[in-house]
Design a protein around this ligand. Structure first.
Ligand SMILES: Cc1cc2nc3c(=O)[nH]c(=O)nc-3n(C[C@H](O)[C@H](O)[C@H](O)COP(=O)(O)OP(=O)(O)OC[C@H]3O[C@@H](n4cnc5c(N)ncnc54)[C@H](O)[C@@H]3O)c2cc1C
Length: 379
């Protein structure tokens, strides 16, 4: 039974990073915002990721510019909220000649396209990070732009900062209907001028017709985390290696990509089968987050595959040395993704926006995307 009727300027649905980012940008513009999260605390992709704010992965042009703008807002919000982050930068390391060739090519072209990055020889790479396997190291790509956050702390901590800007939170309140000016949960009815729906990979509850025709699907990733490394050991820059070069669209400008992909397909078909690459980031407590794999489909397998974790750890050992590599946690995460759009934005009714599916780049793009949606939409 709906028992109360309340008012705000704008309702935001979803307490993941996209919902929080939209609420933040709106509140900073003086709008009265109410944010609904169906769970007592957010449990989706936004608390299951590496916490990498990773502009280096975005393709040159519009998306890279959006990622850089997003990073700027992230830094401003992190500073204002006092939430921790590590200005780590990133390293892509090469232990194979074709990986080195691609990274050298990227380092030549990319600065002309707005990226701050450079090729570095093995000695410089090893000075930057004690975590790199020196045997067979050919060099790597250093970029100072990337930052690392602990997603669990950020998603838990941002609501306090947003409350200080006047945002009201309704945790444990699934929104079941939006028919402006009414937004309805199981126990409350709100009157609002507009609504922004950031419901992540929930395609069924609100505006299922938008999702049914959108082309969106789901992607499940397997992840691991070590215990905190001993004696304050620091990873340094967040790390990627050769297999990652197949994934991030930034590297599509490189002519060395096609032969590298062919070599991986030939030599390591099991890594293509589960779309595995290996990234490593460190949280403030010293633990190292490792992943990942990609299983696509509307209904991803609920069970994790031990062989995927084994493949991730086997590949990690080719470029990474950790003082304590023992795994303390394993989990999976699922995000929404469009096969050929960087995110989905739809207007299912006047005054309502659905914003979702930034794929594997939602942490990176969140604040920039929110600012762009809100400015273009006149909210
Ligand atoms: C394993 C993994 C690693 C990743 N690593 C990175 C990374 O390092 N860097 C990066 O940039 N990106 C990364 N990503 C991608 C990023 O995490 C996602 O793109 C992003 O978190 C999506 O945010 P979201 O707010 O759209 O979705 P979610 O975090 O899923 O949030 C959606 C929220 O909406 C709520 N909700 C849904 N329907 C309703 C309703 N009707 N009423 C109320 N609440 C509702 C849900 O409960 C949920 O909390 C990774 C993703 C995964 C899974």
């Amino acid at each position: 039974m709906v028992s109360e009727r309340k008012q705000a300027d704008i309702a935001v649905v979803g307490g993941g990073i996209l919902g929080l980012a939209h609420a933040c940008v709106l509140a900073r513009r003086g709008r009265k915002v109410v944010l609904f999260e169906r769970n007592p605390q957010a449990r989706g992709a936004s608390v299951r990721n590496f916490g990498m704010i990773w502009p280096i992965g975005q393709p040159a042009g519009e998306m890279h510019a959006l990622a850089l703008r997003s990073r700027e807002i992230w830094l401003d919000v992190l500073t204002a909220s006092g939430l921790p982050y590590l200005p780590t930068g990133s390293l892509h390391v090469a232990h194979r000649e074709d990986e080195a060739e691609l990274l050298r090519e990227f380092a030549e072209i990319a600065p002309g396209q707005g990226y701050s990055c450079e090729w570095q020889e093995p000695g410089e790479i090893l000075r930057r990070s004690a975590a790199i396997q020196p045997a067979g190291l050919r060099g790597g790509l250093w970029s100072p732009t990337e930052i690392t956050v602990d997603p669990r702390r950020i998603v838990a901590g941002l609501p306090d900062y947003l409350r200080s800007l006047g945002v009201e939170f309704r945790f444990g309140e699934p929104v079941r209907r939006i028919d402006l000016p009414t937004v309805e949960t199981a126990t409350e009815q709100w009157q609002v001028d507009a609504a922004i729906v950031c419901s992540g990979e929930d395609f069924e509850t609100l505006f299922p017709e938008v999702f049914a025709y959108s082309g969106l699907t789901r992607c499940k990733l397997q992840m691991m985390r070590t215990a905190p490394q001993p004696a304050g050991w620091q990873l340094g820059p967040a790390l990627a290696a050769g297999l990652t070069l197949r994934f991030y669209k930034a590297f599509h400008i490189c002519s060395a990509l096609a032969p590298l992909k062919e070599r991986v397909a030939r030599e390591m078909p099991e890594y293509d089968r589960w779309a595995i690459h290996v990234l490593a980031s460190q949280t403030e407590d010293g633990a190292i987050t490792l992943g990942d794999s990609h299983e696509y489909g509307a209904c991803p397998d609920i069970f994790d595959k031990p062989e995927i974790d084994d493949l991730i750890l086997k590949e990690a050992a080719t470029f990474l040395r950790l003082p304590d590599p023992r795994i303390a946690q394993r989990w999976n995460g699922t995000y929404a993704i469009h096969p050929n759009k960087p995110f989905l934005e739809a207007e299912p009714a006047p005054g309502v926006r659905v914003v979702t599916a930034p794929g594997g780049s939602g942490m990176t793009l969140s604040f920039g995307l929110a600012e762009s949606v809100i400015s273009r939409g006149g909210f």
